[in-house]
Design a protein around this ligand. Structure first.
Ligand SMILES: [Zn+2]
Length: 87
């Protein structure tokens, strides 16, 4: 994260460097290739982000874009990327 840009998914913690919220906090409607959440749609408030995360984890935390999933992917490690205010 640099200059207030948000690149980490608020729901699953994936960070591929793509800007999800700009420096003004405005959503850029980027669909997360991991959890499938679109920035600005269902992650605007923390309760909502937590609910979406819970559903995603309950459903087996499968990748929205399976081909993008790294071979050495670690769910717990990625969840630790979630910004503290969105956990
Ligand atoms: Zn995500």
């Amino acid at each position: 994260m640099e200059s207030g840009l948000e690149t980490v998914c608020r729901v699953c913690g994936l960070d591929v460097g793509e800007v999800r919220f700009d420096e003004h906090g405005l959503a850029l409607f980027v669909i997360c290739e991991c959890c499938g959440t679109e920035s600005g749609v269902s992650d605007g408030i923390v309760a909502q982000a937590r609910r979406v995360r819970g559903h995603w984890l309950d459903a087996g935390s499968t990748w929205f874009e399976p081909k993008a999933r790294p071979a050495e992917w670690e769910l717990q490690q990625q969840l630790r990327n979630i910004p503290p205010g969105w956990r």
